[in-house]
Design a protein around this ligand. Structure first.
Ligand code: CMP
Length: 143
């Protein structure tokens, strides 16, 4: 296993439900270290750009509206096998299919409002991290 970095978002429904601490606790207990974090209220342009891969999907307009409906927490998580580990902690995109004990099984209302986002692969993680973070906004753990 290699040390990786991945992007996580606590989405507007997660922030509204005051789940920021709970989500971060689960990452930290799962061995993922937060090396960058900030709160943002995404613009339509940012949300459209971030999810451009879904541009042709029927849910894209609703996804953009949802992601701009309130503030989000964007964070960079670092750890062994961080991309897959984050996905395991989040659970499946559709909470009805998410394993018990995952964030989405425990807290997500629907496939549309599913509390968290996480990068789905190595290339995506690199691209998604650079979408939100400058290099000097990510702090290597020195202790
Ligand atoms: P996320 O992991 O952030 O990736 C794309 C998002 O689109 C997804 O989580 C959901 O919030 C949203 N979405 C809405 N409908 C669907 C759908 N039918 N399939 C996949 N994602 C969907």
């Amino acid at each position: 296993m290699a040390v990786e970095r991945t992007l996580s978002i606590v989405k507007p429904d997660g922030v509204q439900k005051d789940l920021i601490g709970e989500v971060c606790r689960r990452f930290e207990q799962g061995g993922l270290h937060i090396v960058g974090i900030k709160m943002l209220h995404l613009t339509q342009e940012q949300a459209k750009g971030f999810y451009v891969v879904h541009k042709e999907r029927p849910f894209y307009p609703d996804l953009v509206n949802y992601m701009t409906s309130g503030p989000v927490i964007v964070q960079v998580l670092e750890g062994e096998d961080a991309i897959q580990k984050n996905r395991e902690i989040m659970g499946a995109t559709n909470p009805a299919e998410a394993d018990p004990g995952t964030i989405r099984a425990d807290f997500a209302a629907s496939i549309e409002e599913n509390v968290v986002h996480g990068s789905d692969g190595s290339d995506t993680a690199t691209q998604e991290i650079s979408f939100f973070f400058d290099k000097d906004e990510i702090c290597a753990r020195t202790r």
